[in-house]
Design a protein around this ligand. Structure first.
Ligand code: ADP
Ligand code: MG
Length: 628
């Protein structure tokens, strides 16, 4: 074979400095690209043999990565199908550029290397991100093929000549450049392989490791061992998502979870994904036990394409409300060199997204129907996903409404339908609307909860971070239903019914009482109202309007309600005209005493809601001592 020189057919003087410069940020992907080319080559020879187009020995498939730090080379070699000199020209030299001008035009907005590599089919050329000189040594499987060598120094000039490979397959030898010497480290390469190659379908060997091997017996007949060097295989070739669910036990799923997330608690349950139409997708999604810090738990789903790791940013593939799930998704329909902009535009990705939504909803429905008790036990964790999903995706609401649970202060769970039936008789107001009562803090709102329960009302617990939004969304979705926090007004006004209790006070007495309380309350934002409640109800109740409170809560969570967030808190002080304390105050002729009683009653109300603190609490305590 004669040596042939030529130019790589791209219409630019020197594309490689450009590649290097613009792709520098994630240049570690060179290894992913070259190793997956090697894996492809091995799988191709297997397929050719299966099709009867290759009759030689296929051998044990293997891809080897080796490092020679002294020579500053990294070699990726495989026993795949190899290439002839002509194939090198065809597949390597004719880089898939439609023209340098287009390239230059497009890379201007490219945000990452993937985007450029994906757009221009530059998998192999990513080698030049880290190497000055790249050499290919290859021997094709074709009968009578002779070994070929290709060498290129990062200019557009290449050289093809007789190669030195004696066995079928390809070796890519990278002469690592001065700026990329970080890759001349065993540790670094192992780290990159762990990231991208951990689940590749062909064994990937990187170096060797020591192992103990049986070595006969010593004089006393005890077994002897010797240390031997064995190939270090970095990957598992059959990860669980490639297997049939029927062949897997719970232990397999849990073990895989531990492998992916070594320090995590066991997941609650998992979903095995498996579709082949209208797109191909496999994977396992796990529902984790959620922790307070959500941000730490995002981006835990790993995206693969034919077992090659691509990214753990699956934003467009997985619906936003499921971003806290863990696990893997593998789809050959997502190209290896996937980029963010590609994902957003791709039709398959949208289908995958709605498929996942549906699968998750079906799995939850199944759990609910098969094992309601187990479902209820996990509800605190599952509920976050379900509620978030119902708020953010109409389609999910439609499914979720059948298994979403409401929990009351007694710890009982109800579906939306069941709950409606439960409270209908007692909690329908005079306009025919159902009133759901809820507490955001059972401890602090205990006084109100007890008062409501005394009236035969049921109180729901809505104390998770998402519940504020869930309440609003239920109110929009459920017909003729309002939700009120249990302290939104005095208990017998929460659900307005026809019977109204009149205050026994005359108009003058009411005005007098109002005046006494107004003077006694020195804090801003409190308005006093004298109303008729049962003599057994509290003498004073302090409430915050439901609407105002919700707006303020949303402003706190950054819901764009900052107008409300900036408003001072305002409360209503309802004085029970029928309580005997009021009669006592009216009966007293001593203004100081009247004020003291009023103050005491207001402070007691504040205290029962955890709102009495600081100097006011101290003043209350000394006043109480004095009163005793
Ligand atoms: P892609 O993998 O997307 O086709 P690449 O730039 O990574 O693009 O590779 C270009 C082509 O070079 C491959 O399609 C294949 O035909 C050939 N090739 C690359 N590496 C190998 C290899 N190790 N063995 C055989 N052929 C290879
Ligand atoms: Mg490739």
């Amino acid at each position: 074979m004669t040596t042939e020189k030529g130019s790589i057919s791209i219409h630019t003087e020197n594309i490689f400095p450009i590649i290097k410069k613009f792709l520098y940020s994630d240049n570690e992907i060179f290894l992913r690209e070259l190793v997956s080319n090697a894996v492809d080559a091995v799988q191709k020879i297997k397929r050719l043999a299966a099709l009867g187009q290759y009759n030689g020995e296929v051998g044990e498939p293997l891809v080897q990565v080796s490092l020679d730090a002294a020579a500053k080379t990294i070699t990726i070699s495989d026993n795949g199908l190899g290439m002839t000199a002509d194939e090198i020209k065809k597949y390597i030299n004719q880089v898939a550029f439609s023209g340098a001008s287009e390239f230059v035009e497009k890379f201007k907005d490219a945000k990452d290397a993937n985007e450029i590599i994906g757009k221009f089919g530059l998998g192999f050329y990513s080698a030049f991100m880290v190497a000055d000189l790249v050499e290919i040594q290859t021997l094709s499987y074709q009968e009578g093929a002779s070994p070929a060598k290709w060498i290129c120094d990062g200019s557009t000039e290449f050289e093809i000549s007789q190669g030195n490979r004696t066995t079928r397959g390809t070796s890519i030898i990278l002469h690592v450049n001065a700026e990329s010497e970080e890759f001349l480290s065993e540790h670094k390469l192992q780290e990159i392989l762990d990231k991208y190659a951990k689940f590749l379908p062909v064994p990937i060997q990187f170096g060797t490791k020591s192992e103990q091997e049986a070595d006969g017996e010593d004089e006393e007949g005890k077994p002897k061992y010797k240390t031997v060097e064995v190939p270090n295989i970095v990957n598992t070739t059959n990860p669980i998502w490639t297997k049939a669910p029927a062949d897997l036990s719970d232990e397999d799923y849990l073990a895989f979870y531990k492998e992916l997330y070594p320090f995590s608690e066991d997941p609650l349950f998992w979903i095995h994904l498996n579709v082949d139409y209208p797109f191909n997708l496999t994977g396992v999604l796990y529902f984790p036990k959620l922790k307070e810090d959500f941000d730490m738990q995002r981006n835990k789903i790993k995206l693969f394409s034919r077992q090659v790791f691509i990214t753990d940013e699956v934003k467009d593939i997985v619906p936003e409300f499921l971003m806290l799930l863990h696990g893997v998704i593998d789809s050959p329909d997502i190209p290896l060199n996937v980029s963010r902009s590609f994902l957003q535009a791709d039709g398959n990705v949208k289908k995958i997204n709605s498929y996942i939504t549906k699968k998750v909803a079906d799995k939850l429905a199944e759990l609910f129907n098969k094992d309601r008790k187990g479902f209820e036990e996990k509800w605190t964790d599952i509920g976050l996903f379900v509620k978030y999903g119902m708020i953010s995706e109409e389609k999910f609401y439609e499914k979720g409404k059948d298994f979403a649970l409401l929990t009351n202060t007694k710890g009982e769970h109800f579906t939306l339908e069941e709950y409606k039936e439960k409270i209908k008789a007692v909690q329908t107001d005079k306009n025919g609307a159902l009133v759901y009562l809820y507490t955001t803090d059972p401890e602090k709102q205990d006084g109100f909860i007890q008062a409501a329960e005394k009236r035969g009302y049921d109180v729901l617990v809505m104390n998770s971070p998402i519940d504020g939004h869930f309440v609003s969304s239920l109110e929009q979705k459920l017909e003729k239903t309002v939700l009120k926090r249990v302290d939104a007004s005095v208990t017998n006004k929460l659900i307005e019914q026809d019977e109204t209790l009149e205050s026994v006070l005359s108009e003058e007495q009411s005005t007098a009482i109002k005046g006494i309380f107004e003077k006694a309350i020195t804090k801003p934002g409190y308005t006093v109202e004298v109303i008729g409640l049962s003599p057994d109800d509290s003498p004073v109740t302090i409430t915050m309007d439901e609407f105002m409170r919700r707006m303020k809560d949303m402003a706190k969570m950054g819901g764009g309600m900052s107008f409300y967030g900036n408003m001072p808190d305002s409360y209503k002080v309802a004085v029970n005209g029928n309580h005997k304390l009021v009669a006592k105050i009216l009966a007293s002729a001593d203004e100081a005493e009247q004020s003291k009683f009023a103050k005491q009653a207001v402070d007691l109300a504040l205290l029962s809601q955890g709102m009495l603190t600081g100097p006011e609490l101290t003043a209350f305590v000394s006043r109480s001592v004095e009163l005793i």
